[in-house]
Each structure stands twice: as C-alpha cells, then as structure tokens.
Design a protein around this ligand. Structure first.
Ligand code: CP
Length: 341
C-alpha cells in the first residue's frame, strides 16, 4: 500500500490561510497545554530569534521576547531605522536616500545569527494593490534562509489570529456560536490585518461569522472567499451586514475592531458624532447579545471604539486574549524550531 504523506507545512508563518485550519488548531492545542502546564525545561536553549519591527508594538514585542526567553532562546529585538540603519527593499534601488542598508544584506546577516526571524511591517496605506503585494514581507522572506514569522503585515496578523482562536476555544464554548466582527469608529484608517485574521480564526473555530460594518468597509475579497469556503466545509455561515440590531442579536462573541475602507483606501472614516455614536460598541449593543464576550486585539481607544462600561465589565476578555499571545507565541516557536516536547 502506498503511504500517504501529510502535506508539507510552509517554512514561514505569515498567514493562517497558508497553514490551514487543522495546523492552526494543532498550534492552539499546544498553546492551551502550555498554558495549563508551563514547561519546566528549556527546549530552545542555545537558539536565537530575531524580532524586527518597522512599527510600534507592545504585546507582540513583549510576548515573543518572553516566550523565547522562557523556552531558553535568546530574543534579538530590532526596530529598523531606530537604532539600526534605515532599510531598503526595492530591487535595483539606487540607495541615495535615507536607507543605508538593503534587506538583502541585513536579513541575510541576521539569518546567520538567528534560527528564526520575524517582521512587523504595516501597510503604507496609499494604494491597496501595492500593500496587498506585501513588498517588505516578501523581500524579507526572500532574503531569509531561516523560518520567517509575520508579526503583522497588510493582509494579516496571524499571531493575533492564533491568540484569538485560542481565546474562542477558552471563552466561547457554551457562550453561543455566533461571532460578530463589529466595525467601530476611529480617527485613522487602520489596517485590515487584524479583522482578516480574526475572521479566519472565527471560522476555524467553527463559528457562524457575521461581519457588521458600514457600507464600503468590506474585507478583502480573497479573505472573504477563504472564510466562506472554510465555513461551508464546517457547515457554518458567513453574513455581511450593516444592520447592527440583527447582527448583535444572539451573539456569543463580539469582536470590536476598526479598519479602513478599501473603496476609499487610506481615508479616515467619518468623524461626525452621530456616526461615531452609531458604530461605537456600548452597553446597549452588548445587551442585544446572548451574554456575549467582548474581544479586541488591543490597543483600544476607550470611548471611541468601545465604551468604558463594556471594557470594564465582566464581558470583556481582552486581557485574557492578550495573555494568549504569550502561549501561542511559545507554541509557534516550539513548532517552527523543532523543540516541541
Ligand atoms: N495586538 C497587538 O498586536 O498589539 P501590539 O500592536 O501592541 O503588538
């Protein structure tokens, strides 16, 4: 009989869709196990991980540093252009501007020092097609000879998505199977990475996904196609609506998040008070749900995105959700670096 081998896992972890639902669930199972019974051993002793940031971070930076250290690996954290040289990614660039170093050298060098490299590179926010091509992450991956983890790019925040999936497994069992990704106001046109990964996490978790957003604020069509296919595979539904009353009705999870419009890419959402009041997540909306838990990736602007009354209520699981960044980072490092016990 011919042996059937499992499909090869991608070298890099840059999008939940590349790894698929089964692999994501294996990672969160390991994370749940590590949370229940933290390892006493240091299986990654002698290894190093390079954490490269082009944008600010609190949770991603701290959780990966602590995860690496507690597993025995040494974290090297670099903020490109702030204590390192400014970087260039473009092929054939004449480097007579601010950038002193090309990713071709910097990433190749870091890969000689580190066993895994990670990059946070937010989108530029001008032309969606250009951002969607992920120029920084793509160039970084090409230059790396070791596994690469995305710490958030234009299309996704897969590490946040893993923590979201783990949080759903912990908090949403018995709380209802309706997951509402609820658009909320903001002063800026924020990236779509977190809503993309949160939607993917919801369908991987086997929930019915409702995206409640103003007209013009749809997610990327490729992400929606993937979510619809995965939901259908699990016999679940995906609904997109601007009817907040029906969206919140019976929800077990409300995931509050703001994101920019792909139709007017880079343009901040309307700032008038009535629009903000209509879309902000407050107690009245939560009262329509089936005692839903409130999720948000953080940082959150209080009383602009979500009201104090909700964030400070027992419904909020945002701190647990952020804690799960640590456990999922450990699971990911162990899986990618082969230190799984
Ligand atoms: N949720 C998240 O990625 O947080 P930071 O931007 O602080 O890393």
């Amino acid at each position: 009989m011919t042996a059937v081998s499992a499909p090869a896992r991608p070298r890099d972890f840059v999008d939940l869709r590349d790894w698929g639902a089964e692999a994501a669930l294996e990672l969160t199972q390991l994370a749940l196990q590590l949370k229940r019974r933290p390892l006493r051993s240091r299986p990654l002793e002698g290894r190093s991980v390079g954490l490269c940031f082009m944008n600010p971070s609190l949770r991603t930076q701290a959780s990966f540093q602590v995860a690496a250290s507690s597993l025995g690996a040494h974290p090297v954290t670099l903020h490109f252009g702030n204590g390192t040289w400014n970087m260039e990614w473009r092929e054939g660039a004449v480097m007579d501007g601010a950038a002193s170093e090309h990713l071709k050298e910097s990433v190749a060098v870091l890969a000689r020092y580190c066993d895994l490299l990670a990059l946070r590179a937010f989108p530029a926010g001008t032309v969606w097609a250009e951002d969607k091509a992920e120029p920084w992450l793509s160039a970084f991956r090409r230059a790396s000879t070791v596994p690469v983890v995305s710490l958030e790019s234009a299309m996704g925040h897969p590490c946040q998505g893993l923590a979201d999936l783990m949080t759903l497994q912990e908090k949403a069992a018995g709380a209802g199977r309706k997951f509402v990704l609820a658009w909320a106001p903001h002063i800026k046109a924020l990236p779509l990475a977190v809503p993309h990964s949160a939607a993917q996490a919801a369908v991987i978790a086997g929930m019915d996904l409702t995206i409640c957003r103003p007209a013009g604020y749809d997610l990327d069509p490729e992400v929606m196609s993937w979510c619809r296919a995965e939901a259908a595979r699990q016999g679940r539904t995906v609904t997109v609506t601007d009817d907040q009353a029906s969206a919140f009705e019976g929800a077990g999870v409300v995931y509050a998040k703001s994101w920019g419009s792909l139709e007017s890419y880079g343009t901040p959402p309307p700032q008038d008070g009535a629009f903000r009041d209509q879309w902000r997540i407050g107690a009245a909306k939560m009262a329509r749900t089936d005692s839903a838990v409130l999720m948000h990736c953080l940082p959150v602007r209080r009383n602009l995105v979500v009201d104090d009354a909700v964030l400070d209520s027992p419904a909020s699981v945002v701190i647990d959700q952020a804690e799960n960044r640590l456990h999922t980072a450990k699971a990911l490092l162990l899986t990618l670096l082969g230190g799984r016990q």
